[in-house]
Design a protein around this ligand. Structure first.
Ligand code: SF4
Ligand code: SF4
Length: 204
């Protein structure tokens, strides 16, 4: 190294030992960026991929038709679906979704899930979507396999808990065309008659 490069001025030599702390001192006076999680939770991005949800139609019937496309699309093999036929006959299991079939068993294994969102892209009925909820850590395997009951969206006002019939006079396609806005009196009477829990019982 040349002699010129070695030589500094008096002030330069004086502050040389603390020169490396420049960034530290400057940072000490900046606004603190730390979030005191879990007391304070930062809102996620709108399209953040969090816990899944199985959605319902406005009368409470489930949107899932048990087609298993989400399970086939999953690269981590995290989804288990077992479909079954809706059975409106007397003594049958009843109707859980419009149309032919519904998801009798539905599980997502969050030990495997990588939150890629391919399953929700594959779902033809928009039954499966992802919420912004990210607090799903746990310390045992069983609690990280979410069941259908855990994943189903809660009943909103105007919904009835399945099984119950479709809105009278409508077909499956009408549900996807937005022709259903809430459970009808006929559906309510059917539910009352068959002693199935109603929205009122759930919310009370
Ligand atoms: S988000 Fe990805 S990994 Fe998780 S269940 Fe869906 S497809 Fe599988
Ligand atoms: S969530 Fe969607 S893709 Fe998966 S089984 Fe149900 S309807 Fe099919």
């Amino acid at each position: 190294m040349a002699d010129d490069e070695k030589k500094g001025g008096f002030l330069s030599d004086l502050f040389a030992p603390v020169g490396g702390f420049g960034v530290t001192f400057a940072t000490m006076f900046r606004k603190v960026a730390t979030t005191e999680y879990p007391e304070v939770k930062r809102p996620t991005a709108q399209r953040f991929h969090g816990r899944h949800q199985l959605n319902r139609h406005p009368d409470g019937l489930e949107k899932c038709v048990g087609c298993e496309l989400c399970a086939w699309a999953c690269p981590a093999d995290a989804i288990l679906v077992e479909g079954a036929n809706n059975d409106d006959s007397e003594g049958g299991a009843g109707r859980f979704s419009p149309g032919e079939r519904y998801g009798r068993v539905y599980q997502i294994n969050y030990l495997r899930c990588i939150f890629c969102g391919l399953c929700i892209e594959a779902c033809p009925t928009r039954a499966l979507t992802m919420t912004n909820e990210y607090e799903i850590a746990d310390n045992n395997r069983a609690d990280l396999i979410f069941t259908k009951e855990q994943l189903l969206a809660p009943l909103q006002g105007g919904m009835l808990s399945p099984p119950h019939p479709m809105v009278e006079g409508l077909e499956e396609r009408d549900y996807y065309l937005g022709s259903v806005s809430e459970a009808t009196p006929t559906q309510k009477s059917w539910v009352d008659e068959h002693h199935v829990r109603t929205t009122e019982e759930v919310s009370s």
